[in-house]
Write a protein that binds this ligand. Structure first.
Ligand code: CP
Length: 323
C-alpha cells in the first residue's frame, strides 16, 4: 500500500484507491493505541510540525499523539505565540520552519487554499488540517473509517449531513469522499446555509448527492446522520432568526432520529453545541459514535503521517511518477 503524492491537500484530488489506502493503513495502526506501550519506531528521527492559525482540540492533539506514537518528534506552533504576531508573513514563517528540516507540516488556516500555497513552496509534506470553509480531508478520512468500521461498507449507504453546510469544510470533504465511495448523501439545513448548486460538487462520482427540502426528509431511512455545528466565527450576516428556532427546526433529537433506520449511527466532527444542533440525549445515546470518531482520528492520522513521510524515503516503483 502506498500513496504517491507529496501532500494531502483535499479529498477532491484523491482516487478511490488513495482513500482505501489511507483507510486500510489506519486499520493496521489502530491496535497500537490499545498496547500497554503505545509506540512503534516507524517514524523515528522524523519531525512533524503542527502549524495552527485557528483553535483546535481534536485535530491538533491527535496529530501530535499520532506523530509521537510513530516515534516522530512533534512540534506545535500557534499563530499567537509565533513571530507572526510580530509581522512576519506566513510564507516567511513557512520558509523559516522549512529551514529546520521538518518532514511534514500540518496546517490549519482560516483562508482556503493556504495548504496548496505552501505545497508549492516547501519540500516537507503538507497536510491540510482545515482551510477555511474549503476542505478538512483528515476529518473526512476518520469519518469514513468510523462508518466503515461500524457498517462494514460505505457503498450504498444513505448518509444525511445536516446543518451549516455553507461554512463547513467537513461537509465538503465528506461529500467528496462518501460519493466517491458510492454512498448516497443527502444534505439539509437552512436554505440560507446551503450554497446554490451545492449538489453539483459530487461530480460524476459513483454515489449521489441531493439537497433535501427538510431535515426530516433527509433523516428518513438514513443509515448515518452527521450533524454539523453553526460556524458563527465564519458568519457576518444573520442566516436564521434565533438559536432556539434553529434548534427546533434543524436540531437532532431522539424523536427525529426515530425517522432513520433502526441501526442508524450518529456522528459529529465536534465541537458539539449541545441543545443547538444536537440534543444531549442524542450525544450521550448508544447511537452516537462521536467519541469513536475522536479515537479513530489517531489511527487515521498515524496512517496519513506514515504514508506521506514514508513516501519521501522509499524509491519509486518502476513506472511510478514522482510528484
Ligand atoms: N473536528 C475538528 O476539526 O475538531 P477541532 O476543531 O477540535 O480540531
Amino acid at each position: 500500500m502506498a500513496f504517491n503524492s507529496k501532500d494531502l491537500l483535499g479529498i477532491r484530488e484523491l482516487t478511490v484507491e488513495d482513500i482505501n489506502t489511507f483507510l486500510d493503513t489506519a486499520e493496521s495502526f489502530k491496535e497500537v493505541s490499545a498496547r500497554a506501550i503505545k509506540k512503534v519506531p516507524t517514524l523515528r528521527g522524523k519531525t512533524v510540525i503542527n502549524l495552527f492559525f485557528e483553535p483546535s482540540t481534536r485535530t491538533r492533539t491527535s496529530f501530535e499523539i499520532a506523530a509521537k506514537r510513530l516515534s516522530a518528534d512533534a512540534i506545535n506552533i500557534s499563530a499567537s505565540t509565533s513571530s507572526l504576531s510580530k509581522g512576519e508573513s506566513l510564507i516567511d514563517t513557512a520558509r523559516n520552519l522549512e529551514a529546520m528540516s521538518p518532514d511534514a507540516i500540518v496546517i490549519r488556516h482560516p483562508s482556503p487554499g493556504v495548504p496548496h500555497q505552501l505545497s508549492g513552496l516547501l519540500n516537507a509534506s503538507i497536510i491540510n488540517g482545515g482551510d477555511g470553509a474549503h476542505e478538512h480531508p483528515t476529518q473526512a478520512l476518520l469519518d469514513a473509517f468510523t462508518i466503515r468500521g461500524h457498517k462494514k461498507r460505505i457503498e450504498g449507504l444513505s448518509v444525511a449531513i445536516i446543518g451549516d453546510i455553507m461554512h463547513s469544510r467537513v461537509a465538503r470533504s465528506n461529500v467528496h469522499l462518501l460519493t466517491k465511495l458510492g454512498a448516497h448523501v443527502r444534505i439539509a439545513g437552512p436554505r440560507t446555509l446551503i450554497p446554490p448548486h451545492y449538489a453539483s460538487i459530487a461530480g460524476d462520482s459513483a454515489g449521489s448527492l441531493v439537497v433535501s427540502n427538510s431535515v426530516d426528509d433527509a433523516i428518513a431511512g438514513a443509515d448515518v446522520v452527521m450533524m454539523l455545528r453553526i460556524q458563527r466565527e465564519r458568519m457576518s450576516d444573520a442566516y436564521f432568526p434565533s438559536l432556539k428556532e434553529y434548534s427546533i427546526q434543524y436540531g437532532l433529537t431522539l424523536p427525529r432520529l426515530d425517522l432513520a433506520e433502526r441501526d442508524c449511527i450518529v456522528m459529529h466532527p465536534g465541537p458539539v453545541n449541545r441543545g443547538v444542533e444536537i440534543s444531549s440525549e442524542v450525544v450521550d445515546s448508544n447511537r452516537s459514535l462521536i467519541l469513536d470518531q475522536v479515537t479513530n482520528g489517531v489511527a487515521v492520522r498515524m496512517a496519513i503521517l506514515f504514508l506521506l513521510v514514508e513516501r519521501q524515503t522509499r524509491k519509486p516503483a518502476q513506472g511510478e511518477a514522482q510528484q
